[in-house]
Write a protein that binds this ligand. Sequence first.
Ligand code: SAM
Ligand code: SF4
Length: 331
Amino acid sequence: MTGLIDPFQRVIRYLRVSVTDRCNYRCFYCMPSQGMQWEERAEFLSFEELTRVIRLFTELGVDKVRLTGGEPLVRRGLLDFVKQLQALPGLKDLSMSSNAHLLSDQAKDLRAAGVSRVNISLDSLDPDIFRKITVNGDLAPVLRGIDAALEAGMHPVKINMVVMRGLNDGEIESMLDYAVERGADLRYIETMPIGEAGISGTDYYMPAVEILARLKKHLGEELIPAKGGKGAGPARYYQVGDGPVRVGVISALSRHFCDDCNRVRLTAKGDLVLCLGQEDRVSLRDGLRQGYSDDQIKEVILDAIAKKPRSHEFNDDKSKVSLRHMSSLGG
Ligand code: SAM
Ligand code: SF4
């Protein structure tokens, strides 16, 4: 059994793994500040179970894994888990998404253990606006975390900025300057209507075209698509001058990014989520805990991939918009 190919002939090579739904921040577009229903920790897949699932995915052709959350760095034992993953022969690319609050102390060890690159959420460079968006976040350790990732040799370090009109859109230009100074890539993200928090975030929706127009003005030139600027990911990338930095825009609402989707997601409790914007999911934990053999679990995975929908439904029918939280889906 090799190769994960969905009904639309898309080859699935990328698995995003949410290792926890917990987070030390409460970005208002991602989680409600109160009343969050956490999964029981006992429901989470253990790191041994996760390593087994990821090994099976690599045997089926997945070669790229991103650890995400919630905030992956709040789960104890993450470093040893990373070391186990690094030993999987089929895994070529191990990365992480983080808010970087706890990264400064861990970046070096994580890099040595095999996390080669990192995406970091940074919505504002103003401490007050940052705290307002993240609800209880603190900008200073995050900036230290970004510098530590760069010093540790993670490459690329990508900064993710969710752009919100009236909140942080005044920083589109300063964020680019900040990224360019450090040699970090930057991606501007449109708010996505995922979960109740995500739906409230769309009140501040700012479309990609406007962000691009602002960038063009700031740089004083046409934006040149970066080489390989439209890979299998959702971002379109542009060059910044002649330098190495790339700037991307992720536009979930205004442009379908599904045609070349190459990914599926695993939640902390072992649900395989087939599309960020649809409900379809299949439990892998049930089989794992019922003593399934490797081949039986691979069958469950293959059956699930055969159900991967063509595209998300963010635009189509607001009553169908998912009430799940982005924090359990891993972004
Ligand atoms: N805690 C980590 C972080 O913040 O990078 C990883 C998980 S977080 C859910 C992954 C990404 O999803 C972040 O870049 C975050 O900004 C983005 N995100 C969360 N909710 C979103 C929403 N409603 N619309 C757009 N992006 C969102
Ligand atoms: Fe936490 Fe990341 Fe969600 Fe912010 S975006 S609340 S840092 S999981």
